[in-house]
Ligand binder design. Sequence first.
Ligand code: HEM
Length: 137
Amino acid sequence: MLWVKSFHVIFMVTWFAGLFYLPRLFVYHAMADDAVSIERFKVMERKLYYGIATPGGILTLVFGTWLWLGYGFTGGWLHAKLALVAVLVGYHLWCGRIVRTFRDDGNTRSHVFYRWFNEFPVLLLVAIIILVVVKPF
Ligand code: HEM
């Protein structure tokens, strides 16, 4: 199971690399006003979301479920973690909607909104890591 856990963590890092950098791209994209930059951000966002963050997220969930079945864990920490993972998946899907909105030149939000949006996955990461390592309940 240690191999499974290693890959769970590796893909989690891949997923978060995407979830941390994608909203940064939204910040710069929302500030951009020349066509060359705007088209370049669209390509970067598409590749980061579909090529890195989404496969990383799917594989994190696959290896996490494998660990869960393998260890047979139960407990409040696991249920709390799974609830936060559900919120994380919702955030990921929201990022996908924003990628498509920018692709269609339909963004109406300011760069300030995306700066705050960028902070949210940090809170989820801190909470999930504490739950899974400390197992406080
Ligand atoms: C379907 C979703 C998930 C399930 C079922 C799941 C389940 C598990 C299980 C059963 C373990 C083993 C715990 C232990 O050995 O003490 C584990 C470890 C871990 N999980 Fe997840 N996980 C999921 C998603 C995530 C996500 C989204 C993150 C990060 C945000 C994450 C971060 C970690 C970390 C860092 C460890 C290693 C902890 C340690 O070795 O002490 N997991 N996961």
